[in-house]
Design a protein around this ligand. Sequence first.
Ligand code: SF4
Length: 443
Amino acid sequence: MAEKVFEPGVQAGRLDAQSYADHFSDLHPPLDAHEAVVAADRCYFCHDAPCITACPTDIDIPLFIRQIATGTPDAAAKTILSQNILGGMCARVCPTEQLCEEVCVREVAEGKPVLIGQLQRYATDHLQAEGTHPFTRAAPTGKTVAVVGAGPAGLSCAHRLAMHGHAVVVYDARQKAGGLNEYGIAAYKTPHDFAQAEVDWLLKIGGITIETGKALGEHITLDQLKADHDAVFLGMGLGGVNGLGVEGADKDGVLDAVDFISDLRQADDLKSVPVGRDVVVIGGGMTAIDAAVQSKLLGALNVTLVYRRGRDRMNASVFEQDLAASKGVRIVTRAQPKAVHGNGAVREIEFDYVGEDMAPTGQTLRLAADQVLRAIGQTLEGDDLPALKHRKIRVDARGRTSVDGVWAGGDCASGGDDLTVTAVAEGRDAAMDIHAALVAGNA
Ligand code: SF4
């Protein structure tokens, strides 16, 4: 490793090419055929399987594992994809240790769950590698639906609508489809451009047109979409980022973690991505962990993640917290930003330690920092949206908003947690309700 790794300041090219390749390779190497069968054989194929209940998309897990065990991985993939069309990405990014694998009876009894996530990846990769698409599109209905946002919720909704024969136009503000799968997830979770490959594969259903570079409120309006289409689904996620709200927060080197991750994901050469020597990440969710771990992997000397509550309140899973620690990220809890210091550019960030009641204890912490990454939550942007609830679009159990003919799902909508798999489920379920309404002539 070159000595310049330890130079202060935000700079690119801290590592040699081999280090970048090693650091950003697959987080979990895929199972081979033999390993998959061995892993599948550990499943008890439970009746009333708790793993199904724990899956937000209700995948029939024992069925697909049995299909792998009997040597039919493509059938297993179809079982998965019929419930979750982004099952390949979810196999990579789902916090399985908090969902299906946490409740697996072999986890409960032995502390070692069936490797559900890795088996799901094995099956979906097997099918997608063949380039085939297991679903066929129904005869065209003559109805058109606008989907705003080409992320997990929008793509899931679009695919299900297309399957039912509706024509779907997906609008996205960015230059590529994929949403957070393409722009917002750590590179080592989805190497080899998997996000785009999955989008390309999904579009094989037919009947879906993607229009990129079209932001709601800027290039398209809700009123126009309603006028041009028979129904509208809003799944554009959360475009805004909360500010630090402390003195000095506008200094150079203080960035949004989502922008940092997005730039990294879109870089042709990781050597071109600048990173500080002393990086401080503020937040306790997945974005914070992804930013912190990737800062370390890019060659930062010291990376500290600071969260204002206790570890048990962090949105990032215990697995993610442990992953960060294993990569050398220091985690400091119960501290909240007080001020950013420096002359033009950040040099230090000061925190108040806080108690259970979030009141400062009187003790402070100062950390050297040449880069500060904010990951303290995102906000919904836009005017003329349907009615809101807790600063998100209010939806009922079917995904219907306050505006007739307009549905919403994913991170921009109320209810559910901000997980990829939950967004997929919400997009799919809204599509089924849109389909029912279009068939009944109510949309
Ligand atoms: Fe298999 Fe575990 Fe699900 Fe039971 S709970 S069906 S053992 S994966």
